[in-house]
Write a protein that binds this ligand. Structure first.
Ligand SMILES: Cc1cc2nc3c(=O)[nH]c(=O)nc-3n(C[C@H](O)[C@H](O)[C@H](O)COP(=O)(O)OP(=O)(O)OC[C@H]3O[C@@H](n4cnc5c(N)ncnc54)[C@H](O)[C@@H]3O)c2cc1C
Length: 378
């Protein structure tokens, strides 16, 4: 087994790291405080080629893989996971198209992302998050068109998206086999995007509701065949969960860096607190968690790149990294003592940013359901 990255991978990792250090971290607190959309940073990331890395060459992209995407995501999230997520999340609708769209659809829509557009993945609804098959949005066939009605919630990058991959029920009687994905243009009459939802953390990444009232789309916007929506969504997660694990990796690394720095400086009882074994062991345990999570995420990504089924590994990586980051951020707060609780110090932001990682892209509980199901079906 070879744990070496290629020269090309090291280069893109280094580029993302420098970008995070120079362009993201210095302004991350300000963007968090003001819940400000980092327009300029996104533009620079796009110019540097750090966005849309998985768009195939045939569609005008660099055609890099899941591991490359994971490496970039990890570094940008070390700068700020809210900003990093906003930059990377075109990868979700990209993965939907790569999992089920025609070559014509891929070329047209992924090409637009490469040209600088955003897209968003619209599945969750007020009544259904974990229970994807419980969605209520309906797509009714009328001649050579579909009419969509329903609403979506928590849609990341919706405020800036030019198009959405929308999951809707085409056959409400047929459970998860009755769902389909559509590409819906932002400017279609009847589609409205709400204001950004105020949230605890990752405030520089925006999420919003999407409302559809008699939204008419041509049948050419159906991705794959009718009824393939659930299958495409699950395939999408296999490709995207290593990326979400990488959000956690970057955040963990930042927690470790800050904790180490503080523990070397802060003195109690006449010595730097790192000389108290209780504190030193906390930092060691943080590193152990991060190293384990990193191996899992990279493994899940490599399997995806080899075209092998990685559902089990992607869910293990997502659950372990995202549970670990919450634990690591809590320990970082503890190492900072009272100052950890202060907005004048950086770790309270990391603590707030960490929490949602256990929720989106399938909660930690849902990952465990998937892992157990995968094991039971062997
Ligand atoms: C910041 C943010 C960004 C998001 N971005 C997007 C996006 O871009 N696109 C999108 O479509 N969605 C997005 N989501 C939605 C996200 O995927 C859902 O919030 C998540 O899947 C959980 O769904 P829910 O909130 O409805 O919780 P519920 O499904 O109602 O779950 C509530 C609780 O019950 C637990 N639970 C539910 N069912 C089970 C079960 N069978 N076994 C064990 N425990 C269970 C859950 O783990 C959770 O703890 C985002 C959410 C947030 C907060």
């Amino acid at each position: 087994m070879d744990f070496q990255l290629s020269d090309e991978q090291r280069l893109i990792q280094e580029t993302a790291k420098e970008f995070a250090a120079k362009e993201i971290y210095p302004v991350s607190a300000e963007h968090d405080e003001q819940a400000k959309w980092p327009e300029e940073i996104h533009k620079k990331a796009w110019e540097l080629g750090l966005m849309n890395v998985t768009v195939p060459e045939a569609c005008g992209g660099p055609g890099l893989g899941c591991l490359d995407n994971t490496l970039v995501t990890e570094q940008l999230s070390w700068g700020c996971v809210g900003i990093g997520a906003g930059i990377m999340l075109n990868a979700l609708p990209t993965e939907v198209l790569l999992s089920g769209a025609s070559d014509e659809q891929k070329k047209k829509y992924l090409g637009r992302l490469v040209d600088g557009e955003y897209a968003a993945y619209a599945v969750t609804e007020p009544c259904a998050g974990s229970d994807v098959a419980g969605i209520q949005t309906r797509a009714v066939k009328r001649g050579n068109e579909y009419v969509l009605n329903g609403s979506k919630i928590w849609i990341s990058n919706a405020n800036h998206a030019s198009w959405f991959t929308v999951m809707a029920k085409t056959d409400p009687e047929d459970g998860h086999r009755g769902m389909s994905f559509f590409i819906v243009e932002r400017d279609t009459p009847g589609l409205e995007v709400g204001k950004p939802i105020p949230k605890l953390g990752q405030k520089a990444g925006w999420t919003a509701e999407v409302f559809m009232d008699d939204v008419v789309v041509p049948e050419s916007t159906l991705i794959g065949k009718e009824g393939e929506g659930f299958k495409i969504a699950m395939k999408t997660f296999d490709g995207s969960r290593p990326m979400v694990a990488a959000f956690a990796l970057g955040l963990m690394q930042r927690c470790i860096d800050l904790s180490l720095e503080y523990a070397l400086e802060r003195k109690t009882f006449g010595v730097p607190i790192i000389e108290h074994q209780a504190i030193a062991h906390k930092i060691a345990d943080m590193q152990i968690r991060m190293e384990g999570a990193r191996l899992m995420a990279y493994q899940a990504a490599c399997l995806a790149d080899q075209g092998r089924r990685n559902t089990l590994q992607a869910s293990c990586a997502k659950a372990y990294a995202c549970d670990s980051v919450m634990w690591v951020a809590t320990e970082a707060m503890q190492i900072y003592g009272g100052y950890g609780y202060s907005k004048e110090y950086p770790v309270e932001k990391l603590f707030r940013d960490a929490k949602v990682l256990q929720v989106y892209e399938g909660t930690s509980e849902i990952q465990r359901n998937i892992i157990a199901r995968e094991l039971a079906s062997r």
